[in-house]
Design a protein around this ligand. Structure first.
Ligand SMILES: Cc1cc2nc3c(=O)[nH]c(=O)nc-3n(C[C@H](O)[C@H](O)[C@H](O)COP(=O)(O)OP(=O)(O)OC[C@H]3O[C@@H](n4cnc5c(N)ncnc54)[C@H](O)[C@@H]3O)c2cc1C
Length: 357
């Protein structure tokens, strides 16, 4: 049974390996997440190279510690009470590209955009430009099988990062360091083997193709604009992107919108008018507020399905984010309905405007 306490022998091992000041106590995690929510980690360590990451994971396992590997923090909700154990923050960010083969190698803490994607475009290699504007580390991108509706202008299909993954250096659950091919990951929608095995991606190699830099820049601009019209800006409206999993052919956001839940707010957490499947932190939101709002949305949807579309049962709003650490009970209050802020154009309004010419 892993332990959350860090015994003196484990502390001494970490300090000997990384230096006395690298292992920190009581570090608030909110700033390291895109939601800006989450209490303190009892212990916190930044790994700055793939080697350090492997060493930190091995040491944590050797001492049977509870640990969590944090990337960009873009797909997780950390509890208000924080994390009892060790958070290893992946800051291993080296990137290399081999123009003779089109292989881009990156350590798993490298930031997909701009760092990895701009390196590829600057070198004239195509394949990653579709994923601009999505907050993610390389490791998180493989964990999630990063995806986006692309390429513009048609946006005819969802493109997945698996399409350009060639291989990865992995520290397996069993403690073995292996280079594995793309098939190892058993990629699916929002899914990979990393959800089921305690493997850690140390670095990944993407196989890219020579591309037209001008066309790639057009794709970047079009995708950034597409996102800015539909998604709340992260710097002023922190979020974790979509809260609920996609419902094929229906759309989780569309169902939530139909239930009249845009603008529903509990504490500092609000279903944004921009996109019904995204909750934003309006300032001071607690994880308890977010969970209270998630539960409210789920309850209203069940009633809606039963009353309005009684024949079509089976729509379930399952969360797609990870819940990490220790949580307070959900905020138990009815939401306040916030009006749509001026200037926000919804998908329905955009569609109507396009129809009206
Ligand atoms: C505004 C916004 C828009 C978004 N839009 C999209 C979108 O269009 N498409 C999309 O696919 N996603 C989207 N997301 C979700 C998010 O960007 C992805 O899930 C991203 O891949 C998460 O990566 P991360 O580094 O932040 O992972 P984290 O949130 O830090 O971690 C998520 C999980 O991955 C695990 N993990 C992280 N690194 C590794 C590693 N090296 N090895 C093994 N496991 C690891 C963690 O332990 C954790 O369990 C969006 C999020 C936001 C905030």
């Amino acid at each position: 049974m892993p332990t959350s306490a860090l015994p003196a022998t484990a502390q001494a091992d970490f300090q000997r390996t990384f230096g006395a000041d690298r292992l920190r106590r009581d570090v608030t995690l909110a700033p390291f997440t895109t939601f800006k929510i989450g209490g303190p980690a009892d212990w916190y360590l930044e790994a700055t190279t793939a080697e350090e990451l492997a060493r930190a994971i091995r040491l944590a396992r050797q001492h049977d510690l509870d640990y969590f590997l944090l990337g960009t923090g873009a797909n997780i909700l950390i509890g208000d009470r924080g994390f009892r154990g060790l958070v290893i923050h992946n800051q291993a960010d080296a990137i290399e590209i081999d123009p003779s083969t089109g292989c881009l190698w990156a350590e798993s803490g490298a930031t997909m955009y701009p760092d990895v994607i701009e390196t590829a475009i600057d070198a004239g290699f195509s394949g990653l430009e579709h994923y601009v504007g999505i907050p993610s580390s390389v490791g998180g991108a493989l964990w999630q099988n990063l995806h986006f509706l692309a390429p513009p202008p048609e946006r005819a299909r969802t493109m997945f990062i698996e399409e350009v993954v060639r291989e990865a250096d992995v520290l397996t659950e069993e403690g073995e360091r292996r280079t594995v091919g793309v098939d190892y990951f058993e990629f699916g929608y929002d899914d990979s083997i990393l959800h089921y095995r305690d493997d850690v991606v140390l670095s990944a190699t993407f196989q890219l193709e020579p591309g037209d830099v001008k066309r790639m820049r057009e794709i970047v601009e079009a995708n950034l604009e597409w996102r800015s019209l539909r998604h709340p800006p992260l710097d002023t409206e922190p979020s974790v992107g979509s809260i609920f999993k996609k419902i094929e052919g229906v759309g989780a956001g569309r169902l939530i919108d139909k239930c009249g839940l845009k603008g529903a707010r509990i504490g500092g957490a609000e279903v944004t008018h921009r996109h019904a499947n995204i909750m934003v932190n309006r300032g001071g939101a607690r994880a308890a507020d977010v969970i209270g709002l998630i539960e409210h949305v789920q309850e209203v949807l069940i009633e809606h399905v039963q009353e309005v579309v009684a024949r079509e049962t089976g729509y379930e709003l399952e969360t797609e984010i990870d819940f990490i650490g220790a949580f307070d009970p959900p905020t138990d209050e009815e939401p306040t309905m916030m009006p749509k802020p001026p200037g926000v154009v919804t998908a329905a309004e955009r569609a109507k405007a396009a129809q009206d010419g």
